[in-house]
Design a protein around this ligand. Structure first.
Ligand SMILES: Nc1nc2c(ncn2[C@@H]2O[C@H](COP(=O)(O)OP(=O)(O)O)[C@@H](O)[C@H]2O)c(=O)[nH]1
Ligand SMILES: [Mg+2]
Length: 449
């Protein structure tokens, strides 16, 4: 996991504080992070912001000098005071780090190439509405891609190459004005070109009310290192990321016997590869956009299960458990994971093996699979995991390429500028419009190939 810019740095911090909270409580769930998270790093253009993180202070214990070489974007090209609200500054500073013979990943950043190579996937975490996360992350992604595909035989290997996923936080409504919308569109578009999958999160969906799904993180730590308005938001984000990480723990966790997380192996590429084949082979599209994966999570404390209990769980997950605003009926399908303690998963087993859950998720109120009249198919995958150290049964999911009202509002605004404005901002947007279109052309099932 790599956090870029303020939001990314805070979220990496929340993950590390979660891991350390679990460790301090001797919880065996700590293994999820110890086994599932190969390594992590936080980058920024702003030395003060990065210097104040849990990551820099408590986890790595960086000196000021180490902070510069390990974490600063735009090494020796500025005074490390940030990129402001200018995505171009973030982009250009990151490009400086890969100019000519330079390769900041190989040369100096706290991103270990061996760990990147050994990992199942790389997840970038950033915002797209300010300067650093928005501008720098896509350039970093391109360079990670180049490094891991270098010398492996070019184009053909892309299908086997390591998944690059980006988790993006979108600001609450009251936070975004015209220029945030433009940056949001630009940031998402460049990312969409550089990574395989994007998981967008609406801060407003994560916020209110604080969810009982949000994991426990030591309040003293969290309050000290995460800004107060993001503590609850980030705890819920960590819930989602922890589940995602669990999915890849079975292969790596090295614990004995029954206390072990086990189940169907759900590889990270499974979260988007089935979708990439559904894109139409459009000749005039400038690139094949990343799969957008809308996150959902829900849980139930029930200990006996029948179809109606599963229906309630599906409802609370797909409708109330959305971490970004979307309508499941517009999605191309989705991948789900149901997990819980052994005795409850045993109760669930007969229902799951009868495909009850996937039939509910495919039904009228949810993905409405039957309503799709195109030639393709709306695929719904359900994986299951036994996780010994949780009390409840959780349903976690990613729904593919639905319409996303939050982003589409940003897009409509940008398009309006492109069509009717003489401003410099509009002319810059016009120049990169063929990078913007493909992403938005693929949202919604009417756009499925
Ligand atoms: N969920 C979440 N969002 C954050 C957090 N910090 C900042 N943000 C979001 O990120 C936006 C600011 O971008 P930031 O990442 O600080 O800018 P950058 O440093 O230039 O990349 C804010 O509008 C918030 O929406 C955080 O800790 N959690
Ligand atoms: Mg910042």
């Amino acid at each position: 996991m790599i956090g870029v810019g303020g939001a990314g740095n805070h979220i990496i911090d929340a993950v590390l504080m979660r891991r350390d909270t679990l460790r301090n409580n001797n919880s065996s769930l700590a293994e999820v992070w110890e086994g599932g998270l190969a390594n992590y790093g936080s980058l920024n253009t702003n030395i003060t912001e990065l210097g104040e993180t849990y990551y820099a202070r408590e986890d790595r214990g960086f000196s000021r000098e180490a902070l510069v070489t390990n974490g600063m974007i735009g090494y020796r090209h500025h005074n490390y005071s940030g990129a402001g609200r200018n995505w171009k500054v973030g982009r250009q500073l990151m490009q400086k780090d890969f100019e000519g013979e330079k390769n900041a990943i190989r040369d100096r950043l706290d991103l270990n190439l061996n760990d990147i190579e050994a990992s199942q996937a790389v997840m970038l975490i950033n915002s797209v509405t300010k300067g650093t996360g928005c501008g720098a992350t896509p350039v970093l992604a391109e360079n990670i891609r180049d490094l891991i595909t270098e010398g492996t035989g070019g184009e053909d290997t892309i299908a086997f190459s390591k998944p690059l996923i980006s988790s993006v936080v979108l600001p609450s409504d009251h936070e975004f004005g015209s220029s945030e919308m433009v940056r949001g569109v630009v940031g998402m578009a460049y990312l969409s070109k550089a990574v395989d999958g994007i998981i967008p999160f609406d801060n407003s969906k994560l916020d209110d009310p604080p969810s009982d799904l949000a994991v426990d993180i030591d309040q003293d730590m969290l309050g000290r290192y995460n800004p107060p308005m993001y503590t609850d938001i980030n705890r819920l984000l960590v819930t989602f990321l922890e589940s995602f990480t669990m999915s890849s723990t079975p292969q790596s966790a090295d614990t004995a016997g029954t206390a072990r997380i086990n189940g169907e192996v759900f590889d990270v590429p499974d979260s988007f590869r089935p979708v990439q084949r559904k894109y139409s082979q459009s000749e005039d599209r400038a690139y094949k956009p990343a799969v957008v994966m809308a996150p959902v999570i829900g849980k139930t404390s029930a200990s006996t299960f029948d179809r109606s209990r599963l229906d309630t769980l599906a409802r609370s997950t797909l409708l109330q458990g959305q971490l970004v605003e979307f309508d499941p009926k517009t999605a191309w399908g989705g991948t789900f994971m149901v997990y819980g303690p052994e005795e409850k998963m045993e109760e669930l087993a007969p229902l799951l093996s009868n495909n009850e859950l996937s039939s509910i998720l495919s039904g009228e109120d949810f993905l409405a699979r039957e309503n799709f009249e195109g030639p393709g198919s709306i695929d719904v995958y359900v994986n299951q995991l036994v996780v010994p150290h949780v009390d409840d049964v959780y349903l976690w999911g990613l729904l593919w390429n639905p319409h996303l009202p939050t982003l589409e509002r940003m897009y409509d605004h940008a398009r309006e500028l492109v069509e009717h404005s003489d401003s410099q901002e509009a002319s810059e947007l016009r120049e990169m419009w063929d990078t913007v279109e493909p992403l938005f052309d693929c949202l919604g099932r009417e756009n499925m190939g």
